[in-house]
Design a binder for this molecule. Structure first.
Ligand SMILES: [Cu+2]
Length: 199
């Protein structure tokens, strides 16, 4: 019985330890009148956290579906391999003209096949294009840490598990701009960050 009590105490302690060592940041992105449709193309991210971060164990996916790249913008931690999947009945290609991604051209491939590329340059902003469909476009943003978020259609965003500290919060958008902000994250987090996108 004592053994189980110890386990229980340990479990409770570890839960508390988790909750005091990380916090949540949430808020809302809005835009100049007429520009609201670009809100979901935004990445809100912490510029630098003093720690080494590793890429996720499961590769994030960039899909090609309905003649579109999905998602339109994909933020990743430096060193992440992205899997590029064709979900359409037509052939798609993926290439980037950006030197920070070695100006890769992964070739052209059919439905349900996948090819990969590893992004290893911090700060790289790589536009993805398809040479079969010139209107297709997406972006990869290579970041230092996993504390980033893409807002939903209403502009709401949330970043989880942020270690308390003082940071610069930056905003990326393929068409619009927003001021960076100095933020101070305490154990209780931040719930009301306001970000305004303008031309
Ligand atoms: Cu295509």
């Amino acid at each position: 019985m004592r053994f189980y009590k110890k386990i229980l105490a340990l479990l409770i302690f570890s839960q508390v330890a988790v909750s005091i060592s990380s916090a949540q940041i949430s808020g809302k992105v809005d835009a100049d009148p007429g520009k609201e449709k670009y809100i979901p193309n935004t990445v809100v991210y912490i510029d630098h956290v003093d720690k080494v971060f590793h890429p996720p164990e499961v590769n994030p996916k960039m899909n090609q579906k309905g003649l579109k790249f999905i998602p339109h913008v994909l933020p990743v931690v430096v060193g992440t391999t992205i899997d590029f999947l064709n979900s359409d009945d037509v052939l798609h290609n993926v290439f980037t003209p950006d030197a920070c991604a070695n100006k890769f051209n992964l070739g052209t491939w059919p439905k349900n096949e996948m090819r990969s590329f590893t992004y290893d340059k911090l700060g790289c902003e790589s536009v993805l294009l398809c040479n079969v469909h010139p209107e297709m476009e997406a972006f990869v943003l290579v970041l230092q840490n996993p504390y980033f978020a893409v807002p939903d259609g209403s502009g709401n965003f949330r970043i989880d598990n942020v270690p308390p500290g003082r940071y610069t919060l930056k905003v990326w958008n393929d068409r619009l701009r927003a001021e960076e902000q100095e933020i101070s994250v305490s154990n209780s987090g931040i719930t009301d960050l306001q970000i305004h996108l303008e031309k």
